[in-house]
Design a protein around this ligand. Structure first.
Ligand code: SAH
Length: 239
């Protein structure tokens, strides 16, 4: 029987074909996979069919952890860890592939947290609320700190939408599967955070007023709403 806790944003994906379509967005074979919030392990089973080297499961719900430990006790590829992903340190890993149907109440927070491990993760395939997926898509107009940070650490792609009907219980909204392919370079997060705090501070002001830089560059006379992601990074280079 499937029981769901609202406080942990549990919406279990019950459609095998959708699970398969998600897994197809990456290469599993011989890779180390980390799955956030595996629930009852529906997606985990499909990942296992694709012959990973190892799967690490991070699940916060201790009831589910017990179920998962029993379910996979004979599978030495599977490691079940009872932990809050927002407290889990990924620094000791390299080249991880992250896969998750995220807990929607904290999906933005989790993504921003994971950006700190851009050197440890190769790519992540995540299911999230469509509205949140759009917020991170730097190819769409109206720049914000999420789009800026996404482009700082990764190449981002929206893969496909998923109907609310394939979950138990059904969420209120449509979901989207997205892919972040991390850029393997050291990021100056202090500089990036500082820049984003200033430039998005007052979206009605012209850029040079927000950033307080006086240089001859036309972009600085514009407002945030007029910038593309390329413009934003041209300004970042001046900062
Ligand atoms: N992947 C499963 C479940 C998705 S629902 C499926 O598709 O069926 C979200 C899952 O994340 C639940 O299992 C929930 O218990 C877990 N979860 C919620 N908050 C979490 C956190 N902070 N850290 C790790 N797991 C969490």
């Amino acid at each position: 029987m499937i029981k769901a806790k609202k406080s942990l944003s549990q919406n279990f994906l019950i459609d095998k074909n959708i699970c398969k379509k998600i897994i197809k967005q990456t290469h599993i074979k011989n890779k180390n996979i980390l799955e956030i919030g595996p629930g009852y392990g529906f997606m985990t089973d499909i990942i296992l069919e694709n012959n990973p080297n190892k799967i690490i499961l991070i699940e916060k719900d201790s009831n589910l952890v017990n179920i998962l430990k029993k379910k996979y006790k004979n599978k030495n590829k599977v490691e079940v860890i009872e932990e809050d992903i927002l407290k889990f340190n990924l620094k000791k890993y390299k080249d991880l592939i992250l896969i998750s149907n995220l807990p929607y109440n904290i999906s933005t927070k989790i993504i921003l947290y994971l950006f700190n491990f851009n050197l440890n993760i190769r790519e992540m395939i995540l299911m999230l609320q469509k509205e949140v997926a759009l917020k991170f898509d730097y190819n769409l107009a109206n720049m914000n700190k999420y789009k800026f940070m996404t482009k700082t650490v990764s190449n981002f792609e929206r893969c496909f939408d998923v109907s609310r009907k394939v979950f138990i219980p059904k969420p209120k909204i449509t979901s989207t599967v997205v892919k972040f392919k991390f850029i393997n370079k050291k990021v100056d997060f202090d500089k990036a955070n500082n820049f984003s705090k200033l430039i998005f501070k007052n979206i009605r002001k012209k850029i040079h007023n927000n950033l307080k830089i006086k240089l001859e560059n036309n972009l600085l006379n514009k407002r945030i709403s007029q910038l593309s992601i390329e413009d934003l990074f041209e300004i970042y280079d001046l900062f």
